[in-house]
Design a protein around this ligand. Structure first.
Ligand code: ADP
Length: 455
């Protein structure tokens, strides 16, 4: 889950919990007040009935009942029962003669003087009415219709309010979390655009005051140091290989000169031949390193022209076969392009030829049949060249490293090479904004795929 969503969720849960607690508190306090108020009403109703019964001499019980049942403030399911000290019912506001109450309850009222309790949905109070006359026990019960309906309304209002509050909180949570994290997303986007080739790029430091700006400033400092280290390394490789070229060329000429005087000495001849091939190897490595270093220094300095991939493939094949006549190369189409332009790309001919020669050379070099196949395919956007072989293949562990400079797989050790060809290929394809990838299986073969956008 993203931080933005996590913050929004936590914020929503927190506010929802507060709203819920608040609503429950309001509801239970209201319920408590309703009960208190209702018990008070029941109490005063009980006292009034008792007072009328005792104080108003000669009041008729039927008249009292009629008064009880017809007062304006009559409550739903209201009952007022009055008992004397022998637990005899002396008055009942309802006609039901079967109403009886346990003696223990009446005794409890006499002991406590006043009790409150529930009976089903009704509230009941028990009261000891003591006047000059004998003490009477009054039980009054009723259902608080008005109070309960007010509470039901309150419950609905709180419930809908809670839902609306949660919905608003989710919206606000997402909005504020997104707002608060926007600078981080911006930094994220900028960082994702930084590669080894554009380390000189800087992150936006905003107002240079808040924590995010501080993060950007620190990141920029690290980038600047990295860039510096990279520049130094590149310039070292470039200078070192450049400086080595002249003495190596001189060494090669001197060896060639020396070879003229070894004609009659087989041992010396072999030594000089080895010296010559080692020097050639050194010159080749130095040139490759110089090429790589320079490609980073001035990546826009290459001459770009329109190139027909089919033509280039044939030129690369011829060049390879001239130096390795034993190699075999087949060229085929996956699908004949409908449009001639689909195999035309913009690029540097020399460099792209170098890629193809290198891939073909590897394919033949690492196959016992010395055979490679080229397959050209196109789609509306890209032109793809696949170089396939049925050779030794590359292990799963080695595959992620084969484009690293100087990496060679262990099973490639018995073939000549120094592991720099593929890094040059990758760099050249990078300069052409294309992609190079590989699929391979040990003992079955490899397939290198170069994809370039056509014109
Ligand atoms: P090298 O001069 O060693 O061929 P490369 O950079 O061209 O250098 O290739 C790097 C490594 O990738 C090779 O040493 C080899 O292990 C592996 N490799 C490249 N192409 C193939 C292939 N067609 N089949 C098997 N292994 C290959």
């Amino acid at each position: 889950m993203k931080i933005k969503e996590r913050i929004a969720l936590q914020f929503t849960l927190l506010v929802a919990a507060i709203l819920l607690i608040f609503s429950l508190a309001i509801y239970s306090v209201s319920e408590h007040y309703r009960q208190e108020e209702f018990y008070d009403r029941l109490k005063s109703r009980a006292q009034t009935t008792c007072r009328l019964l005792v104080k108003v001499q000669g009041i008729d019980k039927h008249l009292l009942k009629a008064i009880d049942q017809n007062t304006l403030s009559e409550m739903l399911d209201e009952k007022v029962l009055i008992f004397d000290s022998q637990n005899e019912m002396v008055y009942s506001s309802v006609d039901d003669k079967l109403l009886t109450y346990q003696a223990s309850l009446l005794d409890e009222v006499r002991k406590e003087r006043y009790i409150e309790y529930h009976q089903g949905e009704n509230e009941v109070i028990g009261l000891l009415y003591q006047d000059e006359s004998e003490p009477l026990v009054v039980l009054a019960s009723a259902y608080d219709t008005f109070g309960h309906s007010k509470l039901t309304n309150l419950k609905h209002t709180l419930g809908w309010g809670l839902l609306a509050g949660i919905a608003v909180t989710i919206g606000l949570g997402i909005y504020f979390a997104g707002n608060a994290l926007r600078p981080i997303s911006r930094i994220n986007e900028q960082v994702s655009l930084i590669t080894a080739q554009n380390l000189s790029q800087k992150l936006d430091e905003g107002d240079r005051k808040d924590e995010i700006a501080q993060l950007a400033i620190n990141f920029n400092t690290v980038l600047a140091r990295l860039n510096n280290a990279f520049e130094q390394q590149k310039s070292f490789v470039s200078h070192a290989s450049h400086e080595l070229r002249t003495p190596l060329a001189a060494l090669k000429s001197e060896i060639q000169l020396g070879q003229r005087f070894t004609k009659n000495n087989a041992e010396l001849e072999e030594v000089f031949a080895n010296l010559f091939s080692d020097t050639e190897r050194l010159i080749s490595i130095t040139n490759s390193l110089l090429f790589l270093a320079r490609s980073y220094e001035n990546s826009t300095n290459f001459k770009m022209t329109t190139i027909h991939i089919e033509d280039l493939v044939f030129v690369a094949k011829d060049e390879l076969l001239t130096s390795h006549p034993a190699y075999r190369v087949d060229i085929d189409y996956e699908r004949i392009p409908e449009n001639g332009n689909e195999t035309v790309v913009k690029g540097n001919e020399e460099l792209l030829k170098r890629v193809l020669v290198n891939l073909l050379d590897n394919a033949c070099k690492y196959s016992s049949d010395r055979h490679a196949s080229i397959i050209i395919s196109t789609d509306p956007k890209f032109c793809t060249v696949k170089v396939k072989d049925n050779g030794i293949g590359i292990s799963e562990n080695d595959l992620p490293h084969i484009f690293d400079p100087f990496f060679r797989a262990t099973q490639a050790a018995d073939q000549p090479g120094f592991g720099i060809g593929l890094s040059i290929c990758q760099r050249i394809i990078e300069l052409h904004h294309g992609t190079i990838s590989v699929a391979s299986e040990m003992g079955v073969g490899s397939e290198f795929k170069v994809q370039l956008e056509h014109v």
